[in-house]
Structure formats: structure tokens, C-alpha cells
Design a protein around this ligand. Sequence first.
Ligand code: NAD
Ligand code: UGA
Length: 734
Amino acid sequence: MRCLVTGAAGFIGSHLSERLVTLGHDVVGVDSFNTYYDPTIKRQNIAEVSGNSRFTLIEADLAEADLAPLLDGADWIFHLAGQPGVRGSWGDQFSGYLRNNIHVTQRLLEAARSHSPQRLVYASSSSIYGDAPTPMRESARPQPVSPYGVTKLSGEHLMEAYHKSYGVPTVSLRFFTVYGPRQRPDMAFNRFLRAIGEGQPVHLYGSGNQTRDFTYVGDIVDACLRAVTADCVGAAINLGGGASVTVNYVLELLGEITGKRVQVVRQAGPRGDAPHTAASTQQARELLNWQPKESLVDGLRNQAEWQLGADKLTRHTVASISTRTQHNVPRLVIYGHDTYGLGHLRRNLTIAAGLSQAYPDLSLLLLTGSPAVQHFPLPPNVDYVKLPAVVKVADEHYQARTLRMEPAEIVQMRSAIVRETVASFAPDVLLVDHAPIGMKGELLPALQDLRKSRPQAKIVLGLRDIIDEPARVRATWAEQDVASVLERYYDSILVYGVPEVLNVVDAYQMSPESAAKTRYCGYLPRQRSSAHPQATRATYCAPGERLVVVAAGGGGDGYSLLWQYLRSLAEEESPERVASVVVTGPFMPADERVELERLAERHPRVRLIDFTDDMLALLQAADVVLCMGGYNTMCEVLSVGARALVAPRSAPRHEQLLRANAFERLGLARVIQPDSLTPQLVAQQIAETLASVERGDNSERAALDMFVGSGALDGVNATVRAIGELFERVLVAK
Ligand code: NAD
Ligand code: UGA
């Protein structure tokens, strides 16, 4: 094709000319080499392509030159010549903007009327949007906040007018802050890298929290090439890089890329600077089949290499920031450190199932350290990234579960995986389970990154009702500076419980700011099993027999309770005609399990199993459930309305004991206190509970009905609603 590129010696024009020539097209490049910035830089920009016989350079001012010979025979016209720069467009400078952006554009269109090119592509700008809501859609009302933006918008309107009235086949491409090698010397990255290279401070305008949807020049060139053949005449199309990040974050990345500490001098935010830009690129996908390819980190590296030389850059990797462009399809990460048992994973999977149902187009990524994750069925739109497993060996002390790694080494590795995953996936909401800073602070780099790279994303802490003895939680939180982490990073705190069981705000002495973003969702109910109770009973007990189910959660510390129960069967009080199912849990150490098997063999009406994927079926069928006081077990017991006898553990944490006692106070369960747990007492309590079943005593049922009636067991719906509201705030309603 025969192409005319205006502004061919400029930053973007020179890249486009090179690509066209490489593809075998003939290019006439026009440029006036004006002095907006040093014309020798422009000469360098086109030095290479000028040596190609397919390229012809015409030095001319489009405001004055006779345009007919330039347009003669041109199939594709790319109109990139113009007066760029947002901040300098006020005052006397405006006449240059008027001339080069409006007058030149109108002259070119007049000439195009009689020359019938196949396509005229116009370099428009994100600055036509001003401070429109993000992501910016082409349908939004353009309200530029700088005179520059006004002139670029005029250019678009001229394109439309000549298209409608004279059929000139125009298309306007709205470039969002372009960067890469040859970036103009007045633009941010070029200025930053120059200052860093000279060991000078960079000048930061405003707080640095303004965001830009920085777009790599190679991607812009790709889109220009698509725009000449695609079915898009008359359209205006956004071109954004997909990672709308703060300027502060870019400075951090530049520090990592150059290995230099970036010094900053702050200056007042200039007039005309839009606070945030982020492109909706749906139209670009639909009309041009275009998506940005370059990640911000790689693109920045290319520009840094061009400006400073490869030898001045560090080698170490940095998190690659997502080039996410599908802004209206929600993404969620749920992080669970999962260092002990199954509880955290179960809770997160319950929430995942609720969200997955409510948002069928949601993409949900679990970040979990649980070695058991592959045993659980995942909803269709859920996937997981597995962190290397660690086990908790003492309070705040962890060890690699299977890998031969030092604790500090494995924390560092997990932290890097978490950081990279969050950066690449670019979630709209990050839901952190239980530990505000993650295991040993492994989450902090990801939180810091997300705040800066995707400030619009929401970060949520999900707390089960009781963490531990309040005084201990307060001490740990003080040590980890959780108060300021909650204030700085978290938008919302969801409590999967009710204040009647624990008022977390008072108990953990949260600040008024954190208290204001705390919401009680209630307990997370489990879906009842589809197995009919009678069918389950028929599997485990004979007609007329009572069924006792004994469960010890994951099994890591269930031995003592199960041992007590099996021993209780030898006691005189132990009732006749009772069948039992004893579930050890998958994490019970093998020697403990063998010992329990030995004990169980003495009792023909006992079935010992180590895992069931349908615990709810068992609980539904039971007359009495003897269990520990773990959060999930209690949710399961509440969900099926089982008669529960709770023997909570009291070490290393008091959490189960506090929960069990609170439930007993509310009339929802009976508790065997840890220091009085003996086979005799277990036997006696089981016998009494079974006797109350015989009598038809329904007092616990009534308490449960009241509890459920107050919405205390509506946690999944409430959590889904809370997260849904956050999605709405991040994503533009479809
Ligand atoms: P640039 O200044 O490097 O390139 C523009 C070129 O046009 C310059 O070489 C200049 O000499 C030439 N020119 C200006 N007036 C002329 C005239 N009257 N006659 C002939 N040549 C003239 O700028 P750039 O960053 O490459 O931008 C190219 C186009 O893209 C501009 O229209 C700009 O408004 C638009 N744009 C750029 C960005 C960005 O981030 N760089 C973003 C949005 C839109
Ligand atoms: C860029 C181009 O310069 C415009 O020509 C283009 O039209 C516009 O993108 C667009 O997308 O439409 P801008 O977003 O201001 O304009 O790009 P930069 O000059 O790279 O500035 C990015 C941010 O860095 C701005 O918020 C700016 O205030 C800030 N900045 C810039 C600094 O903090 N310090 C500097 O030294 C330079």
C-alpha cells in the first residue's frame, strides 16, 4: 500500500513508519521538525527508516504546504502530526495547539475529500475524557480538562463531520499515555529515567496517586495497522495498555529496574492533568480484534534500556503487572495461608461456591497453602494456585511441610508467589482470610503492590468470629502493627459471625476507622446433603438403634477426644443399642489412628473412618454429634440442626473453648469443659443427651430457630452481597 504518515519523525510516527516499511508498504513521511522539542532527536528517530528505499521524507509544515501532492495516490493516511503535551497547552501556547491540532487536521480532511484514500486514521487522545469515570468508555460524554484535550476532541469532531458529509473514511484512535523507546522528552517516563540516570531527583507532580493506563508504543502501532483494514469507519476507539497504575508505582518499578533509589521532589499538581485514566478496550477488541500485548514491566525495561543502556539495569525480576483489559468481568482472589487443618479452606470454598453461583462470569482464584485442596470439588469458575505447604509448630512458628527449606526461605518463596499471582491476575477484589498480613507477613508485598498498581481494587479481610483469647489477639496484632495495616490497606472487614458471640471491634480494640468498615455477616451455612437421613442411618445402624457421630475436624489434634469416646463405651453408663461413626479426619498421625483402631475393634457397633466427603449426611442422620468446637464444625452442626455435645480444645488457642461456651450460653449446644473431659463424663453426657432425644426435649431446637430467624446463619448470602457491592464499585455496571 502507499501510505502517508504525518508527524513521521515524532515518537509514535517513527515507529509506525518503520513497521509499515518492514511490512513492505511504501511510506511518505511528512514532518515539520518543529522545535517543541529538539529536532535533532526527531532526526535520530527516523535515521534508520530514512535509509530504506521505500521511505520518502518530506520536510513540510502541514499548516501551509500544498497538500494535494502529498495525498496523491495515498491509500492509507495516518495523521499523527500534532502539538502534544497536556500541561503546556494553557496561555500563549494555545495558538500552537490550535494551529497544529485543529487547523492542520481540517486542511488534511479538505484535501482528503478529493483524493479518496481508503482510510484516514487520526491519532486522538485519552485527554478528551477529562475526569470521566473509569474505565472510560467511548460512549461517555467527552469533557476535556485541558486546552490540549479540547483541540484533540475538535480533531475528532472534524473527522466525524468530514466522514458524515463527504464520506471520508475516517477512524479516530484514542491513545492512552504512550511510552516506550523514543518517548518524547517532555513525557513522564522519559523525564524520570533521565533524572535517575543523572543521579538527580525526579519531579513528581501532585501526590503521585494519579493513575494512567500507560500503553506501549508497539501495541499502538499494531492497532493503527488493524484500523486501516478493519470494519470501523466512523468509529472512535480507545487504545489502553490494560494496567492502569499510579505514577508512584511506576517510580517503584523504575527503582527495581534500575537498581537505584529514586529520589523524589514533589511539585504542585499541574492544571489540566486528569486524575485517573483507564480505557475500556471492549470496542478495540470487537472492532479491531486488538488487545495490548506488552506488560508494563517489560515495556518499561525496553524504554529504560533505550535511555540508559542495558548495562545500567538490574537483572532481577519484578512482578509483571497484568495487561488486563476485560474490565467488566469480575475477578476475585481469596487468599488463605492454610497452615493448619481444613477449616480455612472449607470456609473459603463455601464462600467461593456462593460467589460462583451469584456471579457466573466471575473468575475466582484461590491462593492456598492447603495440602488437601485437590480433594475438594471446585465450582466451575474457580481455580487455585497452591502455595508450598507449611505446618504450624508453635504460635507464630512455621516449618516447611515436606520441602527441605528454612522457615525464612519458604516464607520468602510463598510471598513472591502471592505477589506475582495478585499482580498478574489483577483482581477487582482480594479477600484475605483470617490473617491481615498473611503468614509471617507474606502478604504485605502483594497488598502494597495492589494498592498502587490497581488502586480501584478493593481489599477485604474475612474474619471468623473468634480468633483467640482477645488479649492474645490484641498482643499479636500490636506486634504486627495490624491496626495500621487495616487502616492503610483494607477497604472492608467482614466477620463471619455475630456480635452476640463476639463483638470483634471491642474485643480486639479496633480503631474507629476500622470499626466503621466492619460488618457482621453471620455464620456460613453449609448446604444440606442430598442423602436422605434414613438411608444414611440404614448404612450405619440397625432399626431401633441410636446413632452417635463423633467428629474431630481435620484430625490433627482430635486423638484425645476420640480416645475418650471409645473408652467411654466401656463405662457402665454407656447406653445400650447405640451405633457410632467415628471420623478421625485426614490429618490424624498414623500411630494415633492405629491406636484408635485397636480400641474400636473391641466395639462391634463402632465404625471408624478417616474421611468422608459428605460429613453433612452423617450429621443430618445423627441423634447426637460429639465434636470439637472448630468454626466449620459448628457451622455444619448449626446448618443441619444437630444436637451437639461440644468438647473444645483449649490449647494452643482458646478459640474453640470461647466459641463453645458462647454457643452454650445461647442454648445452641452443650459443652464438656476441657479440664473435666473424662471417659466417664463423656459417657454420662451422651447418655443424658440421648435420654433427652427419647423425651422429645426440643429446647435446643427452639434456640436454634431463634438464632436462624435473626439471620445469624445467613453468612454466605451476606458475604456474597458485601463482595458484590464492592464489585459494583470497581466495575462499571454492564
Ligand atoms: P511527537 O511530538 O513526538 O510527534 C508529532 C510530530 O508531529 C512531531 O515530530 C512534530 O514535528 C510533527 N508536527 C507537529 N506539527 C506539525 C505540522 N504542522 N506539520 C508537520 N509536522 C508537524 O508526538 P507523539 O507523542 O509521537 O504524538 C503523536 C500524535 O499522537 C499526536 O497527535 C498526539 O497528540 C497523539 N497522542 C500522543 C500520545 C502520547 O502519549 N504520546 C497520547 C495520545 C495522543
Ligand atoms: C500523555 C501525552 O503527553 C499526551 O500527548 C497524550 O495526549 C496523553 O498522554 C493522552 O493519553 O492522551 P500524560 O498522561 O500527561 O499525557 O503523560 P505523561 O507526560 O507521561 O505524564 C503522566 C503522569 O506523570 C501525569 O500525571 C504527570 O503529571 C506526571 N508527571 C509527568 C510527573 O509527575 N512528573 C513529570 O516530570 C512528568
